[in-house]
Design a protein around this ligand. Structure first.
Ligand SMILES: Cc1cc2nc3c(=O)[nH]c(=O)nc-3n(C[C@H](O)[C@H](O)[C@H](O)COP(=O)(O)OP(=O)(O)OC[C@H]3O[C@@H](n4cnc5c(N)ncnc54)[C@H](O)[C@@H]3O)c2cc1C
Length: 292
């Protein structure tokens, strides 16, 4: 939307809007780079009217249900740029035409089984020059533009799951009788649920603050990061307490609570980890020296 050419917008957006074209994959992460995106080594070399791309990607989601994938690759090697975040470009890859140039190996994850997660091996993938998205060598900065809205909607996802976990746990705590009384009568069960509930609601305030600022065109990096941090931590606590409240049944597949517990675990790691959010707040909000 923001960095595409008019031709790209005309070609893709209407079909994406109707659902005719599925655009659900983003391939940035690499095995040897992790959170340090500047260290990606997947290489795109311009040859005539196309780029030839080679490399590897890790943890790429939803490959089995997408037609387009946004792929980050180095167009200029890291030792040839003045700033290490320069030299990365973004490409729109039409997966329907990629043939054997992209080999995907599905990873078996503990979490989020409804979505596939893959390692990608890319060999001589040919992408037409008109599929470069945004400016060559400035792809890292284009990616930064997507971070705040992503953090905000992920906060909402965490808050929703946290509320569901608490609701299910509270219902159970009211009706489960042990030692001749509902387990929810024990403050050892009730207080942690009340605490988790309050933390979810506090995170929700920060989520709305960040969303309002974003909608008003204001800089909301600190708020979006804090919303994501607080929401993922609060929801993790809520899901953990829900398992504890249901006791053994909390770990039984049939009750679904163990799935909330597994699914929420991802949110403290991806797409940004708790540590990387704290790094951001330490450096950019508190003005502390960068540690890495
Ligand atoms: C299920 C799943 C789906 C994903 N989907 C996608 C996708 O579709 N597309 C995509 O591009 N990526 C995807 N990712 C990748 C994800 O967004 C992260 O970027 C990636 O997991 C980070 O790399 P790593 O796991 O190797 O962690 P590392 O970078 O190896 O980090 C390991 C640990 O060290 C910590 N750490 C690292 N550096 C520092 C530091 N300076 N200070 C403090 N702590 C630090 C991290 O917080 C983390 O806890 C997905 C990941 C998962 C698990």
């Amino acid at each position: 939307m923001k960095h595409g050419t008019d031709v790209q917008k005309e070609k893709y957006l209407p079909k994406i809007a109707t659902g005719e074209l599925r655009f659900r994959s983003l391939a940035v992460t690499e095995p040897n780079a992790g959170f340090d995106t500047s260290k990606i080594t997947t290489r795109a070399v311009k040859k005539g009217d196309q780029y030839v791309i080679n490399g590897q990607k890790a943890f790429i989601s939803r490959l089995s249900e997408t037609d387009l994938m946004l792929l980050a690759a180095r167009t200029t090697p890291i030792d040839s740029v003045q700033k290490r975040t320069k030299g990365i470009s973004l490409f729109l890859v039409d997966m329907r035409e990629s043939g054997k140039a992209i080999e995907a190996r599905r990873l078996h994850m503990m979490t989020r089984h409804s979505v596939d997660t893959n390692m990608l091996f890319i060999s001589d993938l040919k992408v037409p020059v008109e599929n470069l998205l945004g400016e060559e060598d400035n792809g890292f900065y284009h990616l930064l533009d997507t971070l705040n809205p992503e953090r905000i909607y992920l906060s909402a996802e965490c808050i929703g799951l946290g509320r569901l976990a608490i609701r299910r746990a509270v219902e159970y705590a009211k009706q489960r009788i042990v030692f001749d009384r509902p387990i929810g009568k024990n403050q050892g069960i009730a207080f942690p649920l009340a605490e988790a509930y309050s933390e979810i609601e506090v995170a929700d305030l920060m989520r709305y603050k960040a969303a309002t600022m974003y909608d008003n065109g204001q800089q909301c990096g600190p708020e979006a990061n804090m919303a994501k941090l607080r929401a993922s931590e609060a929801a993790s606590k809520a899901c953990d307490r829900a398992v504890q409240t249901l006791g053994g049944y909390g770990l039984a597949n049939d009750f679904d609570i163990e799935r909330y517990y597994r699914d929420i675990r991802l949110m403290r790691i991806a797409p940004v980890s708790t540590e990387m959010v704290l790094n951001y707040l330490s450096e950019h909000v508190l003005g502390l020296p960068r540690s890495y």
